[in-house]
Design a protein around this ligand. Structure first.
Ligand SMILES: NC(=O)c1ccc[n+]([C@@H]2O[C@H](COP(=O)([O-])OP(=O)(O)OC[C@H]3O[C@@H](n4cnc5c(N)ncnc54)[C@H](OP(=O)(O)O)[C@@H]3O)[C@@H](O)[C@H]2O)c1
Length: 267
């Protein structure tokens, strides 16, 4: 008997996650959407179900709470949602001076960007393993490739996502579970990303890409089992510069560039 399978997407109520949900719906995937309470997730789920004639369900929770990833898993098991694609997209960005960063700012980046993603991967792996072919797509960032001043927590959390994804991909070789990591650069998804992209002037405008484009490239790359997916050709230039420029010069340039961002986003 053919199994009714589901794609689970975190952070699906807005931004890149919402675009991923719409794109997956357009490919005929049934969806389980997860996001913070009271942010319109039900509306997104209903609209996608109606437009693309797929099954959708939603679960509202704060994934930075310690018991939340397990609560998502237990609920989806109880509902018998047979997940064959896990997309860990929920994450928070931001720029701050580390020395004066408040505890919640620090916790949010560790508990959501890292812990929730790790725990959901851990809980769903046994389910994913029961499928002949299944996928994990972790949303990292181009920031993962540098030690960025004023984005110490964000760039480090995304470096973790990059290395974690590559590590478990190797562990899972030959199992049918493919793990990919999506590393976008600037995407105008909310007020804060607008301010951040604008603070980088021409570079920001040159490298930005839409959430819909990121979703399309990300999902297609995941289905092709790519390891690292970097949307936007111009972003490859940064990775090339990373290989040829001396690290000390890179750090100087990063400090200059991201001072602008921390000043622009300071409350
Ligand atoms: N935008 C960029 O420029 C950019 C660049 C590189 C990488 N990324 C990465 O892409 C991912 C999505 O970013 P985005 O720009 O689309 O962000 P966004 O517009 O702020 O959306 C984030 C999503 O995650 C949800 N979320 C936030 N905190 C949560 C929590 N504690 N528990 C559960 N859900 C939570 C949000 O729910 P609510 O709507 O309910 O708040 C929203 O659905 C992140 O991992 C981010 O680091 C973004």
């Amino acid at each position: 008997m053919k199994r009714t399978v589901y794609t689970l997407i975190t952070g699906a109520s807005s931004g890149i996650g919402k675009s991923i949900a719409w794109y997956c719906g357009s490919l005929g995937m049934n969806l389980v959407l997860v996001s913070l309470p009271g942010e319109g997730l039900e509306k997104v789920a209903c609209e996608i179900a109606e437009k693309h004639q797929v099954k959708t369900a939603f679960f509202e929770t704060d994934l930075s709470q310690l018991d939340s990833p397990k609560a998502v898993f237990d609920w989806s098991q109880l509902k018998q949602f047979d997940v064959n694609i896990l997309i860990n997209n929920a994450g928070v960005a931001g720029a701050s001076v580390f020395e004066t960063s408040d505890i919640k700012y620090i916790d949010d980046r560790i508990l959501l960007n890292i812990r929730a993603l790790v725990m959901l991967s851990r809980f769903y792996l046994p389910v994913l393993r029961t499928h002949e072919k299944s996928y994990i797509l972790n949303v990292g960032s181009l920031a993962a490739f540098w030690a960025i001043p004023y984005k110490s927590l964000y760039s480090s959390s995304k470096a973790f996502v990059l290395y974690f994804s590559k590590s478990i991909r190797s562990e899972l070789k030959g199992t049918g579970v493919s793990v990919s990591v999506l590393c976008p650069n600037g995407v105008r998804t909310n007020g804060s990303t607008n301010t951040r992209i604008n603070s980088h002037g021409k570079i920001g405008r040159l490298t930005e890409i839409s959430a819909d484009e990121v979703a399309r490239i990300g999902i297609n790359g995941m289905l092709k089992q790519k390891i690292v997916i970097i949307p936007g050709k111009v972003n490859w230039i940064f990775l090339f510069l990373r290989r040829i420029l001396p690290p000390s010069i890179q750090q100087k340039l990063l400090a200059r560039e991201f001072t602008k961002e921390v000043l622009a986003t300071r409350n």
